[in-house]
Design a protein around this ligand. Sequence first.
Ligand code: ADP
Ligand code: MG
Length: 356
Amino acid sequence: MCEKDRLKKSTLFTLLAISLSLVSVAGAERFAFERYLMGTTVELIVLAPDRSAAEKAVERAYGEIERIERLLSVRRADSAISEINRSAGKRPVRVDEETYRLIQESLRFSKMSRGAFDITVQGMAEIWDFRRDGFRVPGPDRVLKGLERVGWSKIRLDESDSSVFLEKEGMRISLGAIAKGYAADRAVGILRSSGIESGIVSAGGDLIAFGRKENGKVWKVGVRNPRDHKKNICVLPASDRAVATSGDYERYRMVEGERVHHITDPRTGYPSKGCMSATVSAVSAMEADALATAVFVLGPEAGLALLEKLPDVEGIVVDAQGKITPSTGLAGTGERASKEKPNRPDSHPKHNTKGY
Ligand code: ADP
Ligand code: MG
């Protein structure tokens, strides 16, 4: 989408900011806002004493998300990430502390997932650019060649001067699988420091809820069925918790009978095939975001095994045949899933916060 369209869309969403004005028990009203940022719709729901207090806090939170979008963009030539990519195979690049820490975190998730999560798959982004006119599924030779540019162990970090070096020419990184979660966490921090005690930040597939609803009950999140958007596969409680979903049903294109989507299996170089969707619930949205991508790539068995090893992390996976399997902490969630009430048509693509 070009900058002008984005601005138009962003303004439109701001104008559409809606107040649900529910009379509250605790004297706070619910206000909801939407804005197009980081390539997706970012929805903010806050409980505030009045609209003006809500708008003030929400403006600051959107400002922070915009800052993170600028900081981490692979498309902006002046971002540290672009400089790292341009310098691949040539020299290390000193970066700001925040970018450095996010790359460091990404490597932690790569190790944990035995390479299923790998920010260097960006090296294959051009090969799999299915939005391009005339896109064809690349042949095996091209995929193998592309894979030579992939490998998280070829990212060199130097703590002494906060520098990042991609060892091989042509290597590229992108923080797309973790950035929205990180931005959501940061937005919650801003809302809280602005005096908001309860709300939801939902950036595409990454959601984090804090505090309680007007009636004192915990926030709940419906997780969509990847093949029937009118249904949920489950409804998860989320209070001071994040829920992130990676799926093959939002950013994809059917080409020659194949579903080509945006998550690449770094081990094969092809769009990963094990899952239709992977949902992870964790304390931070960054962790949930990274793990959702990792589990999606690992597939139901290895993916759930990873979640079982991690403290205070749960998840639910829909495999390639549509079978729903929850982690042990959510046991029973999958079986109940199909009986849940459908999403409202105006609700969010991956998660539904309305009606609970
Ligand atoms: P979404 O952006 O739809 O929420 P994800 O959080 O799973 O989905 O992130 C997908 C993005 O992450 C892709 O657009 C791409 O930039 C990047 N990516 C794709 N495959 C991987 C992978 N195996 N590991 C890390 N990042 C990936
Ligand atoms: Mg992710």
